[in-house]
Design a protein around this ligand. Structure first.
Ligand code: C2E
Ligand code: MG
Ligand code: MG
Ligand code: MG
Length: 279
């Protein structure tokens, strides 16, 4: 029996592995066509002031709708894009498209000051991200101070000296830099202090259980205090309830994003949200 069970377990395991491998390969194959077929596009999640509830910007988030597979989540296809090297072209597309949308919204007279774009580790480490940013700004006419790049701790800490050079070159372009998903990786405080950063984004996993979980509260308030010490702005990701927002207000967090305000939406809907609050 044990033997049978072992064999069954083995078979299930391999079937599962095969399914996963096919999925990954299928994603890779479909992704190769996706950009050319216009299946990739951006949505924009409002970035909000904790104190005034005013929308001051947005984070561009990639979306993929495939006619056969339906909606595919970024958590599924961004890693595939990374491993296969396709992130270079996809990342350039996101940068350009985000800058273009922001320029259009500003030309409409909307009082926005930040468009945030995610940069994957491979984009940051291997690709000439400085050249990509320059090109997107030049092509769209967006002023650099409106653009913020989001980079994870692991990408920055992989080779801190090289990262510092890249960050300095980006800072010299006049754009801003944020650390994404802060608290989930390993950061050297000495390096953090040297990097020309503008903002820390507290990962959603530390916000989710506030105010029920004391550990989460402590981590969130510690990150806010750390940001203050480093003279950085701080934003909380994934804020879903008014209780969470109140907690962040009491603890002097600057900004939030999350379903409490809005999920990621089209540029048109973002414009409506901003106009609505102006009235
Ligand atoms: P991220 O950069 O940390 O983005 C925040 C994620 O949290 C987004 O997931 C957003 O939809 C989600 N979120 C925001 N507020 C809430 C909330 O209140 N509740 C919950 N449950 N979720 C919330 P999304 O859009 O699925 O993106 C996942 C990740 O994929 C992003 O995490 C980012 O790492 C990556 N990604 C997305 N677009 C791009 C892109 O254009 N380039 C690169 N390199 N990565 C991207
Ligand atoms: Mg992000
Ligand atoms: Mg994040
Ligand atoms: Mg996150």
């Amino acid at each position: 029996r044990a033997k049978d069970q072992g064999r069954n377990t083995y078979r299930l395991y391999t079937e599962d592995m095969t399914r996963k491998a096919l999925d990954r390969l299928e994603i890779e194959t479909l992704l190769r066509e996706a950009l050319a077929n216009g299946e990739l596009y951006l949505e924009y999640q409002p970035l909000v002031s904790v104190h005034s509830n005013a929308i001051f910007g947005a984070e561009a988030l990639m979306r993929w709708k495939n006619p056969l597979r339906g909606v595919i989540r970024p958590d599924e296809f961004i890693p595939v894009a990374e491993e296969s090297g396709m992130i270079t072209r996809i990342g350039d597309f996101a940068l350009l498209e985000a800058c273009r949308s922001m320029k259009r919204l500003l030309d409409e007279g909307l009082p926005l000051r930040t468009i945030a774009v995610n940069i994957s580790p491979r984009q940051f480490l291997l690709q000439d991200v400085v050249a990509s940013v320059k090109k997107s700004l030049a092509e769209t006419g967006l002023r650099p101070e409106y653009l913020e790049l989001e980079i994870t701790e692991s990408a920055l800490m992989h080779d801190p000296d090289q990262s510092l050079q890249t960050l300095l070159a980006l800072r010299d372009l006049g754009i801003r830099l944020a650390i994404d998903d802060f608290g989930t990786g390993y950061s050297s405080l000495a390096h953090l202090k040297r990097f020309p950063l503008h903002k820390l984004k507290i990962d959603r996993s530390f916000i989710r259980d506030i105010p029920h979980d004391l550990d989460s509260e402590k981590i969130a308030t510690t990150i806010v205090a750390m940001a203050r010490g480093l003279e950085l702005k701080v934003l909380a990701e994934g804020v879903e309830t008014e209780d969470q927002r109140k907690f962040l207000e009491e603890h002097n967090c600057d900004f939030f994003q999350g379903y409490l305000c809005s999920p990621a939406v089209s540029a048109e809907t973002l414009a409506e949200l901003v106009k609505k609050q102006r009235r």
